[in-house]
Design a protein around this ligand. Structure first.
Ligand code: AMP
Ligand code: MG
Length: 346
């Protein structure tokens, strides 16, 4: 290197260093990972960089551990519990699974079994959990047989460290609420690490704490029937917003769409609604409720929301009509004009 070039390099280095010093510390830290079958995004505001990196990394490791622990198949804790239930109707409850059982059972009951984590067999029959989407629906006779077995939260009992199934068809699948539950646990972990402002986003299941500096966190709600955002909402303090929709996992077969949220009473994908968005303090509750309201459909969503303690919800019918509770309407701004908005008491 010539002297001139060396000087130029040094000057450049100094300029960068000086810019680095004089620039205010970037207060936003974001990390993305793929876990629990979804994109997980951790956003932290206002923490010292090293603290944010360590906290986000620890949360990422937790999601990986939860993914393994709560997978309904394989040799992880829930997989083994399901195998034991199938073999003998009883199982020792693994410590990683234990905290999910009580809330899952309570939420299933409150939802009138629209959220029913005992239907693992029905979920498996449709095959939405695989890497490739299914190519067609299972045979109608198979679905009828699975529906007739009617496993529900009444059929499994927690007895100390044992789980006993009264119905041999019980297979547990927490896919409808594990992401929300994970978001809640992740927030606990961030708080313990001294983080006060953050978003945990597990493929659209969101929990926020604090704010983004001098303003709230702004969250977009996807339009279930087209590109872009249907609405935006400002969240702050400690709130969760969860959306379930027929666009998340689905296949088309003979001109019909079959999506991944199943009505345990029919064995088929729920009908009538394209998406459901629920606002609640806890992502666990919002996640179970969003799935339950999809199953409840146009007729029952309000009644089921009330039973589950939900006051702020928005549901989008298959024709694009938006039904929205007053508590949700107060908070949302539409970004895409829906064909019709119906304010629906909760
Ligand atoms: P979500 O995206 O939270 O609505 O959850 C959908 C996932 O939950 C599906 O992919 C299934 O694994 C599972 N699932 C589908 N239908 C139900 C249901 N009625 N009750 C409980 N879990 C369900
Ligand atoms: Mg859900």
């Amino acid at each position: 290197m010539t002297a001139g070039r060396a000087r130029y390099a040094l000057l450049l280095l100094l300029t960068v260093a000086v810019l680095g010093c004089s620039r205010p510390a970037e207060p936003l830290y974001q990390e993305q990972l793929y876990s629990m079958g979804s994109l997980v995004e951790i956003t932290i505001w206002g923490a010292e960089h090293g603290q944010a990196v360590r906290a986000a990394h620890a949360v990422g490791q937790s999601f990986d551990a939860w993914h393994r622990a709560w997978s309904p198949h394989g040799d992880g804790p829930l997989g083994r519990l399901n195998q034991a239930l199938a073999a003998s109707g009883a199982a020792e409850i693994p410590p990683e699974v234990q905290p999910l059982l009580g809330p899952a059972q309570a939420l299933a009951r409150a939802s009138g079994e629209r959220f029913n984590p005992a239907i693992g067999r029905l979920i498996d029959a449709w095959g939405f959990g695989g890497d490739e989407p299914p190519t067609g629906p299972p045979p109608a006779a198979m679905l009828q047989a699975l529906v007739a077995q009617a496993p529900s939260s009444e059929d499994w009992v927690i007895e100390g460290t044992q789980l006993r199934a009264r119905n041999p068809a019980v297979q547990l699948d927490f896919g409808a609420y594990a992401q929300g539950y994970g978001a809640d646990r992740a927030v606990e972990q961030l708080r313990a690490a001294g983080i006060e402002n953050a978003i945990i986003n597990v493929s659209g299941d969101i929990r926020v704490i604090g704010r983004r500096g001098d303003r709230p966190w702004r969250i977009g709600i996807r339009n279930p029937q087209g590109p872009g955002m249907l609405a935006a909402i400002d969240l702050e303090g400690d709130e969760s917003i969860v959306t379930s929709g027929d666009y998340e996992r689905y296949f088309e077969y003979q001109g019909r769409r079959y999506h991944h949220i199943l009505d345990p009473r029919t064995g088929y994908p729920s009908q009538g609604l394209s998406s459901v968005t629920v606002l609640h303090a806890q992502a666990t509750v919002a996640d179970a409720a969003a799935t339950a309201l999809m199953v409840a459909g146009l007729q029952d969503w309000q009644a089921v929301a009330k039973q589950m303690g939900i006051r702020a919800a928005m549901v989008v019918g298959n024709d694009g009509t938006v039904y929205i509770s007053p508590a949700m309407a107060k908070r949302l701004q539409f970004e895409t004009k829906p064909p019709r908005v119906v304010e629906s008491a909760l």
